[in-house]
Design a protein around this ligand. Sequence first.
Ligand SMILES: NC(=O)c1ccc[n+]([C@@H]2O[C@H](COP(=O)([O-])OP(=O)(O)OC[C@H]3O[C@@H](n4cnc5c(N)ncnc54)[C@H](O)[C@@H]3O)[C@@H](O)[C@H]2O)c1
Length: 346
Amino acid sequence: MNKIKPLRVGVVGCGGAAFWHLSAMRKIHGIKPVAICDRNEALAKRVAGFLHFKSYYADLSEMLDKEKMDVVDICAPPQTHLALSVQAMEAGCHVLTEKPMALTTQEADEMIKVARANQVLLGVVHNELFMPVVMKARSMVKSGVIGDVVAVSITDSMAKDADLVLNKDHWCHKLPGGIFGEMLPHPLYLVQAFLGELEPVAVHSRKLGGRDWLAADELRVILEGKNGLATITESVNWPEDFMVLDIFGTKMSLHVDIWGAVMTRYAVAGGGGRFRRGGQNLEQGFQRLGGTAATAFNVISGRFRDGHRSVIQQFFESVRTGIGMPVTVEEAREAVRLYQAVTAQI
Ligand SMILES: NC(=O)c1ccc[n+]([C@@H]2O[C@H](COP(=O)([O-])OP(=O)(O)OC[C@H]3O[C@@H](n4cnc5c(N)ncnc54)[C@H](O)[C@@H]3O)[C@@H](O)[C@H]2O)c1
């Protein structure tokens, strides 16, 4: 393996997302996490002990003063992304931030301006785009095999008894759109990746349960673009977490169970319509078996949640080479524009 000077990283926020980031970074050659900070100092201390770091910090200013870092990785809540990333970039560090990049386009523009002024890279973690099964769907769409994409549908559920749903003091309930402000970035950047520029034309939310702290617990969004229509269904009333993506093309459609890591092809041109349904069922059965075997392999080999690993790896390669950002700031800003437009209506 080539000897390269490792890029030194400081992680801000030591919660759930940081766990994925730090686990991914451990598997990537040429990255060295050197410091962590969390405004919950006791948590920072525990995580530092676990990772055998000599020091830990309660705030970013102190970490920037005392540590030499190439990259600051922001895994703190969305409400902090603007202030933390600006502070890190003004100190000369490249920044990788969790989704959503920011809460408003004004915030996103400020971040982009500071990145350019300080000649540093600003990356955003749109990890679902880099899940192996989604990468496969993206490459099929790019190859033209499914024809023109005319519609995309995403169903995204957070389990009704998930911590975020039950904990009324969780920061997610203070986001624009409440808990959907935490969930929406993923479906928004996904539909954008398959259909290009979109505008929300209908947003409908409802509260079916009696949980006062939720702004809503059901959400339906329709977006329209030059190339087709997207629909997003989100719920926090169902028993399990899942995310399912359907891509409807003029030659074939794809059904992608993102968490299950299984993709099936259906509605194939020349398939013979309903008279061939038996044959199609058999073919889909084989596809599912193949997909299930692939999922088992991914789970056993630890590649199951590799969206984070791929996007983080590509970002660090861009820091090294200056080219090939996995998510451009323009794409991330566009996702923020949709996020702001949709959450304003919840
Ligand atoms: N891409 C994904 O799949 C994914 C999954 C989970 C969360 N996220 C994103 O990651 C970010 C963090 O989410 P989480 O679930 O890890 O939250 P969390 O609440 O589990 O952890 C956030 C941590 O940040 C700390 N913090 C808050 N403000 C801070 C500040 N100013 N300076 C230092 N530390 C601060 C908190 O004390 C907390 O420990 C959010 O943007 C969220 O949307 C992304």
